[in-house]
Design a binder for this molecule. Structure first.
Ligand SMILES: [Zn+2]
Ligand SMILES: [Zn+2]
Length: 134
């Protein structure tokens, strides 16, 4: 957050609350979920403000955006660099997957193919333990 101020970003209490909700959640929340949480503390905040704040943070590469066709985008405010995810098809929960060797190998193969890598998207789909139990 200190880095944001250094980049000239004005951290109003509302923006700070959005940022905090993102950084504190391990659940890769959607804008709607962030709005629901921030509204508890800042009842006057609008969903448009939350959306704009998230957009700005994304442009400043402070959050990672995960797009899904037919569903809300989700955001990781804990790790802004691309990383693999495990996605539940049942409830939509998302968690980080630690696959450093796989990512390193893919990066090497891409570079050998002459690519300058700009990012990656690596999702694994399934049913989480809770959804399997239903
Ligand atoms: Zn699930
Ligand atoms: Zn993540």
């Amino acid at each position: 957050m200190v880095g944001l101020r250094a980049k000239g970003y004005r951290l109003t209490p509302q923006r700070l609350a959005v940022l905090r909700a993102l950084v504190e959640s391990p659940h890769h929340p959607s804008v709607e979920q962030i709005y629901g949480q921030v509204r508890l503390e800042h009842p006057m905040i609008s969903q448009a403000t939350v959306y704009r704040t998230v957009e700005t943070l994304k442009e400043m590469t402070e959050v990672l955006e995960l797009e899904f066709s037919g569903a809300s985008n989700r955001y990781d405010g804990r790790r802004a660099e691309p990383h693999p995810h495990l996605v539940c098809r049942g409830c939509g929960s998302i968690q980080d997957l630690e696959l450093p060797a796989l990512v390193r190998e893919a990066t090497e193969v891409a570079e050998r193919a002459g690519y300058e890598l700009l990012g990656h998207r690596l999702d694994f789909y399934g049913l989480c333990p809770r959804c399997r139990g239903r």
